[in-house]
Design a protein around this ligand. Structure first.
Ligand code: GUN
Ligand code: ZN
Length: 414
């Protein structure tokens, strides 16, 4: 049993910030009680001087792209050709992949991310290296083999039968093992034949509780190219029964109203990736239209088109993106940003026992404690309450302010 003393902020109800300046009691990795200091004996761990938040949940991030971060100045398809895919080809070398896996998992943990839906590699041994490292460190990772059979460099192609066999073998090794789960992951329907998408549906049908993830409606040139090959972008997945409540599609910057209705009906979630959308010039995310259609939305860093692992930065950029849309944007409060970065992610990934710090949840948490004298430290000291403190954390916070991280009550960092 451990008693933590601190300022705990979370959003068990969307849009509502809950604050506790007090104590959290954690037993066997779960929060078993919470309340004011007077209700508890002296705390074991003092987390005062900063904020304790639920661990961040990144619903879209690419493991092989850590070293591709920062390739600015290109739209999606050029960025893939010139920045991302040459690096992804290097993961054919398993020793290289193992190094990148260490950098990637470390990058997530340093940013305070405790759960992630991760785009794996096109190479099965590299995906195994990712699961191995995430399992060693203790992160909750849902990931899988990325598959494609056209458009990309040929070194990244597979076939429908090989995709099925390799996916099956990886899922047997990792799906449901400790904190790991499998996600069937066609890269995007632009790089997948109908037969390959059908093999993805077959694998998904075989795996109990597995996830499906891909990209959709990110960039106008991409959407036009998909229209030539498949017709509708959402339909290219929906026709193969790939969309359901355990499906997460990244971006969706340019959906039609009919597509939003399909996503809403299927219960499919969308990973909103704000820094990536800005960096690649993909466009401004229509959050209001997603909400109106009942589509679940959470945040993704989309490293390496996204500019880093921090969901604080993604939250801030999500806020900017809505502000820039004027009357068509959703004005986002600090509580909305925290919800998008935590509880909404837990919902999108079906992680029912994380996402906030209620009694009964697992203790997945991040302690933001800025270095003394840093601008965040200075402004937090003069914050006018918890909403203001949280707004300041999103405005100024980043990995350098993450002092400790827990998953299931295990301190995995700091
Ligand atoms: N669409 C297909 N592959 C990718 C990728 O790696 N990054 C982004 N942002 N979009 C994609
Ligand atoms: Zn992506």
């Amino acid at each position: 049993m451990t008693l933590y003393r601190g300022t705990f902020l979370d959003t068990p109800v969307a849009g509502e910030l809950r604050a506790l300046d007090g104590v959290l009691q954690v037993e066997d990795g779960a929060v078993v009680a919470r309340g004011p200091v007077e209700d508890f004996p002296a705390a074991d761990v003092d987390l005062r001087g900063g904020l304790v938040l639920p661990g961040f949940i990144d619903t879209h991030v690419h493991y092989p792209q850590v070293r591709a971060i920062g390739g600015l100045g290109r739209p999606l398809l050029d960025w893939l050709d010139e920045c991302a895919l040459p690096e992804e080809c290097r993961l054919a070398d398993v020793a290289y992949a193992q190094q990148v896996a260490v950098e990637f998992v470390d990058g997530l943990a340093r940013a305070g991310t405790t759960s992630a839906l991760v785009f794996g590699s096109h190479f099965a041994p590299a995906v195994d290296a990712l699961f191995t490292e995430a399992d060693r460190v203790g992160l909750r990772v849902t990931s899988g083999l990325v598959v494609s059979d056209r458009l990309l460099p040929e070194a990244l192609w597979t076939t429908p039968s090989r995709a099925l066999e390799e996916g099956r073998a990886l899922a047997q090794r990792w799906h449901g093992v400790r904190r790991s789960r499998y996600a069937v992951t066609p890269r995007f329907s632009l790089s997948c034949s109908a037969e390959l998408l059908e093999s993805c549906a077959e694998l998904l049908g075989e795996l109990d509780g597995a996830y499906f993830t891909s990209h959709v409606n990110e960039n106008l040139a991409e959407v036009a190219a998909v229209a030539q090959l498949h017709g509708g972008y959402v339909d290219s997945y929906d026709e193969r029964k790939l969309l359901g409540p355990r499906s997460v599609l990244a971006h969706d910057v340019h959906p039609t109203d009919d597509e939003l209705d399909v996503l809403g009906m299927r219960g499919t979630a969308v990973a909103h990736c704000p820094t990536s959308n800005a960096a690649l010039g993909s466009g401004l995310f229509p959050l209001r239209r997603h909400r109106a259609a009942g589509v679940r939305v959470a945040l993704g860093s989309d490293v390496g088109a996204g500019t880093g692992f921090s969901l604080l930065k993604e939250g801030l950029q999500a806020y900017f993106g809505q502000q820039l849309q004027g009357a068509e944007g959703e004005p986002l409060t600090p509580a909305d940003l925290l919800h998008l970065a935590t509880a909404a992610g837990a919902d999108a990934l079906g992680l029912d026992d994380v996402g906030d710090l209620s009694v009964g949840k697992r203790f997945d948490a991040v302690w933001l404690r800025p270095p003394e004298g840093s601008t965040l430290d200075v402004v937090l000291r003069s914050a006018a309450g918890t909403d203001d403190a949280l707004a300041k954390a999103f405005a100024l916070g980043g990995p350098a302010d993450v002092a400790a991280v827990w998953v299931d009550g295990d301190r995995i960092r700091g």
